[in-house]
Structure formats: structure tokens, C-alpha cells
Design a protein around this ligand. Structure first.
Ligand code: ZN
Ligand code: ZN
Length: 907
């Protein structure tokens, strides 16, 4: 006894001593923090890596090192957040803020700045500019971006972000291909007509040109962006067509009319921000209290600005028509030898069936094989398929010209993007911005400001230019910067078009729209008329445009009229009540069902315990599990459902708005289309995918030899991860070009060429196939295992009775596998409803939204458009529709009997 107690005491002493030394050591470690010069911490998402071979990263790193050197009191830490790749990567920072993992400095695209201001993520910088610049009589010039770039960063008299970089769009063209086509390589197209003519001349597909060497590389006149980002390039076309994309309006309080206004500008000069064209902005600012053009009363009291999509103007429609022409206008190359051999096939020629060359009068019978095979459609590769290898060339392409251009200037030349005849040249301009995270503690905000100030300072810019020049990349530096920092020799070597474009960009710039929700408009909404116009060449471009503008302006950019909302409010309340009752009933039913099955369980008798105490013990142990389920599952569920009734913002929480979100969802046409498509998707995946593993398993048990070999073959696809499988199929099998794997197979058996993921009619099927292919193996193994457990004697008995294959299947296999089949069926059913990842990777919901499911739409609404209330309401409506299925599922599961697998030795 004594030995034991003393050893306990000894242990205690040791641990006390350990604790003491630990605390001593830690206080010694941390005492450095209390030194007089206070160290500031700065959290960044990523810093340029050291020792990179990429010149850009190298230059970034040198600038960053200079920042560290000049700010020894700032301690930079990096966060490694969870990231999404691809087009939805813009959701990354949102999710990080929602998860409390946000950096102190936000690095943003211009179109996101508005959303960030809305959400209250950005700290206003007015005081900081006041203190550090105008208060000290200093000017801030930053990266000397065109003035328009600044507009995005201010709202209601507050400035939230600072431009870090900018780029603009221009046209680049291949000089060598111009020469080959007999065009003058010293200049690009001046207007759309010329672009179309040049594009035709440049387009050359050997298969359409009898007598030409067939091993020549096909050339397309223009690279047309399709898919999720097509709306974005389309804006350049709208502006070049003399159109506008969005316009701002105010509701006049006196006459009640909605009148166009100029957005109130920020008084930049007051804060020391130096603009290129200061006078113009000062003038705009002075005029910001303009009177209503209808009644003349002042509009200064109205702060709410309404944005409207106005691409249904003449410019926008001309742009859509030109877009369609590039993608699909049929034309022919005359076989006679004369200049200008390419001519359009007009609707009249199509109707009469004969095309006539306007230059030489040669006639072509459009129905004959020799001619119909030679008809070109547009000057662009009209598919959105993946670009693999170097199997075709583009002669003209839209390019981004920023601080750095990544094009080979020996091969390409640059020119302004051509406009419609008679319209002024325009260039789409967009910026990158830095802003301070409003939720960061004050000292870290201070460090963030130091960082932003430095990164856009003369020192940093000069350092960058130096690093680029020293690494042999002088030609990629903005020309005016080379001139400014004395690299005159390099400046003189630059192509004149590049210098010209840079000088003019301030005048031609049209800034990327930044009103709330525009990302949605650009990716999803504008994609729709473009797809429709190209898919249906006879349809009216104007109608498509009018329709989308109406839709966008009444939903995403605007609000539905209040009368509509009020009219539906009462129905919405009744609907929600009915659904709540239904859910309650279903829950009650499920609980009663469970209770019944529990009543059968025998009481466990434990000596010395009363029934009550036993129950108490049981609940004590259960409480841990019950609590954790309540906290991690049901609380978020309830909290989440509250969002459906709110206008929810990540930082500020929700504002109660009644059933508005539900009304919005139900009135949204797309929603019902997506519901239909979701059910279609579930039906297709079960119809196509459910039976295959069973069939495979049955076949495998029937073949006499090579079972192991086939099992391995079937299982192999499961080894690759899901996303890799998707990409594999997308790039190899579903490649829409004639030499895509499936198209090549089809050509062998005489099936016409397919466009797969780009075809509205079969895209949905194509999305499902890779999953089936990958899951058939593992699914089949599970059935195989179950089949192995069926006692041999049942088969023997069947054989003696002379039963055939179908009898054995019906009377032995099926009854034994029933439970497994049911469980797998439910799993597949639920899984299919939730599937969105594979759709996201394969098509992102396109073409024309034909593969969009509610699951994917919910994801888009919450993380891309930040419309959490809408997304939650959508989820609840889908959930309510599924409640019946859930009850049936539980009923079936309750009846399933599980059998223990018999071991071979037991029988
Ligand atoms: Zn008025
Ligand atoms: Zn001709």
C-alpha cells in the first residue's frame, strides 16, 4: 500500500514540476511579443513562391520581398484555404468568409467588388486616403489605370477598393496565316464586314477543298468563345456594335417615372486620388444631383439605383446577329480561279437550291453531294469542344492585354477589336482590385492597408518593371511604363500597334458592368440568347434578346413588381403551411412506425436496477449521440430553413422578408424546367445504370473461365477518382470533332457524327454514362458477393428439377438478392437527386441550361450569386416534393429482412 501511494505522490510531483517548467519556457518564448515595437500580423491567401521559373511569379516575388524588407514590423502569414477550380472558382473567397477563413486583403475581380460591398465584406478606405494622401497634400496615382476602372470601387460616397491591375480586350491575328491567305499582314480588320470577309478568306478546311493537300492543318478564321464564359466576350461585341450593356435608373419621387441617371461619382480629388481625366470626373461629380428629365424636380434624395440590362437595343441585337453569323452563316468558296472567291449563301439561294458566285456567275447546285460537302458554316469552329493538341489553327482571336501579355509577338500582331461600320472602337476593360477585410481586427486592417499601399506604389511598379526587363521580358511590360522608367531602347523595339492600343485605351474603355448579380447575368442569362440564336439560325435574334432582358430586369437586376408579390403572398403562406403540415404528418408516421418495431424488442433484464433507473442510464448514454446529432444535423437544418424567409447576408445575418424567396422561386420559369430535368436525370440514371451491375454479376457467375480476369477489368474504372473519370470522358470520348473517340467509333458503323455534351437533346444522357461506366464494376462485385452466399444446394435442387436460367433467376437469385437490390435502388435514387458534381464538371448546366438540375442551381445561387435565401427556398421546395418518396423508402427499408451469409463449411 505505502509503495503505491508514494509512487502516486511522486508522479504528481513530477507532473507539477513539468507544468512549472513548461510555463517558464512558454513565458520565455512569448516575452518577445511585448517588445516596444509592435509587430503587426497580416494574413494573406497566397504569396508568390520563391525560386519559380515563371518570370511573372519571379517579378511578383521580388516585389513581395521588397515589401517585407520595407515593412520589418509586419509579419506575413499565409492561409491555405479550400479551393474550387474552374469557372466557379470565384466562389472561393465567399466560402472562406462564410467559414471564417478569410484573408485580411481581398484580391477581387471588378465584377465581384459590388457583391462584396453588398455583403459588407469590405472596409471603407475614405479615412485612410484622407490621412495618408489628401491630408498630407499628397497624391495617390496607383497603377495608373484608366479612370473607368475607378468607378467600380466607390459607392454612396465611400471608396472600398483600389485597382491593382487591369486588362483590356483587343484582337490578335496570325501574320503568317494572313500572308498565306493573300491578305495584308500589316493590318487587321477595320470593321465587322471586313472581319467577316477576312475570316472567310482565312478559313480553310482541307476536307472541304477537293484537290488541296489533305494533310494540311485546318484553319478557322476566328476563335469564338462558347460555353459558360461566352456572355463575357459577347459584351465586347455589344459595345463594338454601338450598344450598351447595362444602364442606371432612378425612380423619381415627384412624377413616379423611372428615369435614366448617371451614377453618382465619387469625389476622387478630395481624397487625393489622381485620375487621368480629372476635369471630366469633377464635372460629373458636380452634376450628380441632376434634375429629373421628366418633371425637373431634384433626384438627389433618391439613393437607390436601379440597373437594367439593355442589350435589346440596336447595338446588342446587331452584336447577336454578328455572333450568329460568325458561328453559323453558310458560305461557299468558288472553284473558279479569281480573287474574292468566298461568297455567302443567301436565304434566296437556299430557297432556290442554287448558289451563284457573285464574281464570276458560276452556279452551284446546293443539293448535290459535291457542293453540300463543301459548304462552310461560319468562320469559327462552331463547337465548344476541348482543344486538343495542335490540330487546327485560329487566324484571329480576342485577347486580353494586361500588364503582361502572353503572346508570341513574332507570330501574332495586335489591333483594336473591330466595330460595326460607323461605330466607335471600344475595348472591354476589367480590373483586379485589392480591398481590406472588414472583419479583420484593427491592427491587421492597418497591416492590410500598408500592403495595399505598397503593392500599388511607384516602388512596387518600378521593381516589377525592372524584374521583367532583367529577365528578358521587356516586351510584355506595359509600354508606357518602359518609357517612364527609362528603358527607352526596349520601348522603341515594341510593335507600334501595342503602343497605340495602350495609349488609346483610356478613351475606348468600357468597363465590365458591376451591378449586383451581374455575374449571373453574364454567365447564365446572356448565354441563353446566344445559344438559342446559334442553335436555331432562322429564329429572331431580337426576340431572344427582348425575352432575356425582360426576364433579367424583372428578377436578377430588378424586383418583381410589388403587386405581384402581394398577390402571391397569401398563396405562399397557405402553401408553406400545407407543406409544414405534410412534413409533420410524415414525421409522425415515421416515428409511429419505428415505435411499433421497437415494441417487439424484449426488455433487457439487469439485476438490481429498476425500470426507471434503466431508462435513465440508457438516456444518459444515448444523450451524447442525440446531442451531437441535434447540434450538427438538426440545428443547421433549422437555422438554414430560417434563411429561406430572409434576405441573408453572410456577415450581417438575415433580414426577415416573409415568403418572398418562395414566391421568387415558384415564379421563376427556369425552376420548373430544372425540377423537370432533375426528375428526368434521376429517371435516366436509374433506368440506364441500375440494371447493368446486376446483369454483369449474373453474367459473371455464368461464364465458366476467366472470372478473375473479368472481375478485375470491371473493377478498374473504380480505381480512378470520379472527377478524373468525368474529364476523361469529356476530353476523349465526347470530343465533338470527327476524331473524338466515340465519333470515330460511330463513323465505323455509319452513325452520324454527334456533338454529345453540346447537343441539347443528348447532353443529359452523356452526363450519366461516365458514372454508370465507373460504378458498374464495384456495384457488380457487391452483387457477386451476395450471389456467392446463395447455398449451392438450392442450385443443385434446381438443376435436378431441370430448371432453366430464367427459372433459376426468378426463384433462386431474385429472392436472395431482393434486399440488396432494394437498398441499392434507394441509394441510387437518393444519390441521383443530390448529384451535381458530375454535371458541374461536364457541362456546368449547359447547353441552353438543358443539363441544369435543382441541386446545381442551388449551388450556383448560394455560392456564385450569394442568394442564400433563394437557394434555401429552392432546397425546401424540392425537399417537400420528395417527402412522399422518403416515407415510401423508410417503409420499404422497415420491411427488408437481412439474412446472414452462410459460410461454405456450414452447409
Ligand atoms: Zn420626375
Ligand atoms: Zn466565282
Amino acid at each position: 500500500m505505502t509503495i503505491k501511494t508514494s509512487s502516486i505522490k511522486f508522479n504528481r510531483l513530477i507532473s507539477c514540476l513539468l507544468l512549472f517548467f513548461c510555463s517558464l519556457a512558454s513565458s520565455a518564448l512569448f516575452s518577445g511579443e511585448d517588445e516596444p515595437q509592435k509587430k503587426l500580423t497580416l494574413l494573406l491567401w497566397n504569396i508568390p513562391s520563391k525560386g519559380s521559373n515563371d518570370v511573372n511569379t519571379k517579378a511578383d516575388r521580388e516585389v513581395f520581398d521588397l515589401f517585407i524588407k520595407k515593412h520589418p514590423h509586419i509579419n506575413v502569414k499565409t492561409l491555405v484555404p479550400l479551393k474550387i477550380q474552374g469557372p466557379a472558382s470565384e466562389g472561393n473567397q465567399f466560402m472562406a468568409v462564410a467559414g471564417g477563413m478569410a484573408p485580411d486583403v481581398f484580391d477581387l475581380y471588378g465584377r465581384k467588388v459590388g457583391d462584396y460591398i453588398d455583403q459588407g465584406f469590405l472596409a471603407p478606405l475614405n479615412d485612410r486616403f484622407m490621412n495618408d494622401f489628401s491630408g498630407k497634400g499628397k497624391n495617390y496615382s496607383g497603377v495608373e489605370a484608366p479612370d473607368k476602372i475607378w468607378e467600380i470601387s466607390a459607392r454612396d460616397g465611400l471608396i472600398y477598393a483600389v485597382p491593382r491591375s487591369y486588362y483590356f480586350l483587343a484582337l490578335m491575328y496570325r501574320k503568317d496565316l494572313f500572308i498565306k491567305a493573300g491578305l495584308d499582314p500589316s493590318r487587321g480588320p477595320n470593321d465587322w464586314d471586313e472581319m467577316w470577309e477576312m475570316g472567310k478568306r482565312l478559313t480553310f478546311i482541307p476536307a472541304k477543298e477537293p484537290g488541296s493537300p489533305q494533310d494540311q492543318m485546318p484553319v478557322y478564321g476566328f476563335s469564338l468563345v462558347r460555353g459558360l464564359h461566352q456572355g463575357w466576350h459577347f459584351l465586347q461585341f455589344v459595345w463594338s456594335g454601338g450598344g450598351e450593356v447595362v444602364k442606371s435608373f432612378k425612380d423619381c419621387p415627384s412624377c413616379g417615372k423611372t428615369v435614366p441617371v448617371e451614377i453618382p461619382c465619387f469625389d476622387y480629388s478630395k481624397f487625393g486620388i489622381k485620375l487621368v481625366n480629372e476635369a471630366q470626373y469633377a464635372d460629373k461629380f458636380a452634376r450628380k444631383n441632376d434634375a429629373c428629365p421628366e418633371c425637373g424636380k431634384s433626384l438627389s434624395g433618391v439613393s437607390e439605383i436601379k440597373w437594367k440590362l439593355v442589350t435589346n437595343g440596336e447595338g446588342g441585337i446587331a452584336a447577336l446577329e454578328f455572333y450568329r453569323k460568325i458561328a453559323s452563316q453558310p458560305w461557299l468558296r468558288c472553284l473558279s480561279d479569281h480573287p474574292r472567291r468566298e461568297f455567302d449563301i443567301t436565304p434566296e439561294m437556299k430557297r432556290s437550291g442554287t448558289a451563284e458566285c457573285p464574281e464570276c456567275g458560276e452556279k452551284y447546285d446546293l443539293a448535290s453531294d459535291g457542293v453540300s460537302n463543301r459548304i462552310y458554316e461560319g468562320i469559327a469552329r462552331s463547337t465548344m469542344g476541348a482543344v486538343r493538341g495542335e490540330r487546327y489553327d485560329y487566324a484571329m482571336q480576342i485577347t486580353q492585354l494586361g500588364g503582361v501579355i502572353n503572346i508570341d509577338l513574332t507570330k501574332w500582331d495586335l489591333t483594336a477589336f473591330p466595330s460595326k461600320k460607323g461605330c466607335a472602337p471600344k475595348s472591354f476593360i476589367a480590373g483586379g482590385y485589392l480591398g481590406i477585410n472588414r472583419t479583420s481586427p484593427p491592427e491587421r486592417q492597418e497591416a492590410a492597408w500598408q500592403y495595399i499601399k505598397f503593392m500599388t506604389s511607384e516602388d512596387a511598379i518600378q521593381m516589377r518593371v525592372k524584374a521583367m526587363v532583367e529577365n528578358g521580358m521587356a516586351q510584355y511590360v506595359r509600354p508606357l511604363l518602359l518609357e517612364k522608367y527609362g528603358y527607352i531602347d526596349y520601348y522603341r523595339e515594341l510593335p507600334s500597334a501595342w503602343i497605340e492600343l495602350n495609349k488609346k485605351v483610356s478613351e475606348t474603355a468600357e468597363v465590365e458592368p458591376y451591378c449586383k448579380g451581374f455575374t449571373h447575368v453574364m454567365t447564365v442569362s446572356l448565354g441563353h440568347p446566344i445559344d438559342m440564336a446559334i442553335l436555331y439560325p432562322e429564329s429572331s435574334a431580337r426576340e431572344h434578346m427582348e425575352k432575356i432582358c425582360r426576364e433579367v430586369n424583372s428578377t436578377i437586376l430588378g424586383k418583381r413588381p410589388k403587386e405581384v408579390m402581394d398577390r402571391y403572398k397569401i398563396y405562399a403562406y397557405w402553401g408553406i403551411l400545407a407543406v409544414a403540415v405534410l412534413i409533420g404528418l410524415a414525421f409522425g408516421y415515421i416515428i409511429r412506425m419505428k415505435m411499433k418495431s421497437q415494441a417487439v424488442a424484449p426488455d433487457l433484464y439487469i439485476p438490481g436496477l429498476t425500470r426507471k433507473r434503466r431508462a435513465m442510464y440508457a438516456w444518459t448514454f444515448l444523450s451524447v449521440a442525440v446531442l451531437s446529432i441535434a447540434v450538427w444535423q438538426y440545428y443547421p437544418l433549422l437555422r438554414g430553413s430560417l434563411m429561406a424567409f430572409q434576405d441573408f447576408k453572410i456577415l450581417e445575418g438575415g433580414k426577415f422578408i416573409g415568403p418572398q424567396n418562395f414566391i421568387e422561386v415558384v415564379l421563376e420559369n427556369n425552376f420548373w424546367q430544372f425540377i423537370y430535368q432533375t426528375f428526368f436525370y434521376v429517371f435516366l440514371s436509374i433506368a440506364m445504370g441500375f440494371v447493368i451491375p446486376i446483369a454483369l454479376a449474373v453474367l459473371l457467375t455464368e461464364i465458366p473461365t476467366g472470372q478473375v480476369f473479368f472481375r478485375t477489368i470491371y473493377y478498374l474504372p473504380a480505381v480512378t477518382t470520379g472527377l478524373v473519370t468525368m474529364f476523361l470522358w469529356k476530353q476523349l470520348m465526347f470530343d465533338p470533332s470527327p476524331d473524338g473517340a466515340l465519333n470515330w467509333l460511330f463513323s465505323l458503323v455509319g452513325i452520324p457524327q454527334q456533338t454529345f455534351l453540346e447537343s441539347p437533346s443528348i447532353a443529359m444522357m452523356c452526363i450519366i454514362i461516365p458514372g454508370i461506366w465507373a460504378h458498374a464494376g464495384p456495384g457488380c462485385l457487391i452483387y457477386l458477393a451476395a450471389m456467392k452466399c446463395i447455398p449451392e444446394d438450392e442450385y443443385e435442387a434446381a438443376d435436378i428439377d431441370g430448371a432453366g436460367f430464367f427459372h433459376k433467376f426468378r426463384h433462386i437469385l431474385y429472392p436472395n438478392l431482393k434486399a440488396l437490390i432494394l437498398i441499392n435502388f434507394l441509394g441510387a435514387f437518393v444519390g441521383a437527386f443530390h448529384a451535381s458534381e458530375n454535371i458541374f464538371v461536364m457541362t456546368g448546366g449547359g447547353p441552353v441550361n438543358k443539363t441544369m438540375t435543382v441541386g446545381l442551381d442551388i449551388w450556383y445561387h448560394s455560392f456564385l450569386y450569394l442568394n442564400f435565401g433563394f437557394a434555401t427556398a429552392e432546397a425546401w421546395i424540392l425537399g417537400a416534393m420528395l417527402i412522399g418518396f422518403t416515407v415510401i423508402q423508410l417503409q420499404i427499408l422497415g420491411k427488408v429482412e437481412f439474412k446472414r451469409a452462410g459460410r461454405a463449411g456450414e452447409n
